[in-house]
Design a protein around this ligand. Structure first.
Ligand code: FMN
Length: 273
């Protein structure tokens, strides 16, 4: 194993067979070493002192301005079971009742209370940073949520994007968009029977421009945090879920119209009752 502060990429000669798996290479190269910490500190100071970069940092909002927009009700969870009961009772659910739907209110609660705007911060030079319900390294919010609605009361079946700043859904495609995924081997009945599938994508450069390789760790961490928030918010409302990881990346990226390079899907969650 490479030494702590070494870049293990440099330890291989061209043409030499690499024994290290890619994950070890990535882990080693995204470690914070004293040298990289210094470099990162300089980069962070550079961003903080540059209004253009600061503004860029606050623009974590993808939108589809020409697509129909569906307003979501303000999140209201009401009385829910105690958190310890929710956590102790949570189990992944892989089959859902195809006669039962999720309501638009329940979907709205899921989205707003997991990744919606919950506060703001003045960064100087009149630049406002909006803060979200899930933590994000440096407040960069690299994630985007896509909603594949199959049985949502008050919402036509279709593919939507969660427009955070408006707390609304933008309709990307109408009708049943999941057919391709359901035919693939990755469906163990979860996609077929779920009332709604949520796909979490990441706009990589939102984080990598500041944190470089280490930023990729942050993306994955944040997707996990967001997924747990969604899972527990679902459980609070009787909406069960399962993280699903066996899909073919490019099939899902194609379905979501993502190029898979500047933005790609990281995680999927099937939900229903
Ligand atoms: C990153 C991740 C990926 C997962 N992928 C799948 C999956 O593709 N299919 C599946 O049936 N369950 C999947 N799960 C659910 C796990 O199998 C499940 O959490 C685990 O068996 C523990 O059971 P529990 O969630 O009911 O406590 C995934 C969970 C995580 C966190």
């Amino acid at each position: 194993m490479a030494g702590r502060s070494k870049n293990i990429l440099q330890e291989f000669q061209p043409g030499e067979r690499r024994e290290e798996p890619l994950s070890a290479l990535f882990h080693e190269n995204s470690k914070l070493t004293p040298e990289r910490k210094l470099e990162l500190g300089m980069r962070i100071a550079q961003v903080q002192n540059n209004p253009d970069l600061l503004r860029r940092m606050t623009c974590s909002y993808k939108s589809y301005p020409h697509q129909p927009q569906i307003a979501l009700p303000v999140a209201r969870l009401g009385t829910v079971p105690p958190l310890d009961e929710i956590i102790l009772g949570r189990r992944s659910a892989r089959q859902f009742e195809t006669t039962k739907s999720v309501t638009l209110g329940e979907l709205s609660n899921l989205l707003q209370l997991s990744y919606g705007i919950t506060g703001s911060l003045e960064l100087g030079s009149g630049i406002i940073q909006y803060l979200r319900a899930t933590p994000s390294a440096g407040g960069l919010y690299p994630l985007e949520i896509y909603v594949l609605a199959q049985r949502v009361e008050g919402l036509d079946p279709g593919l939507y994007h969660y427009r955070v700043a408006h707390h609304a859904l933008e309709q990307i495609e109408r009708g049943d968009q999941g057919a391709r995924l359901r035919q693939s081997e990755s469906d163990w009945g979860m996609i077929s029977t779920a009332a709604v599938d949520l796909f979490i994508g990441a706009v990589f450069d939102r984080v990598l421009f500041k944190y470089r390789e280490r930023g990729y760790r942050f993306l994955l961490t944040e997707a996990g945090m967001l997924a747990q928030s969604l899972t527990l918010l679902g459980e609070c409302q009787g909406v069960r879920s399962c993280v699903m990881s066996g899909w073919i990346d490019d099939e899902v990226n194609d379905m979501l119209h993502l190029d898979g390079r500047s933005e790609g899907v990281l995680l999927a969650l099937c939900l229903g009752k």
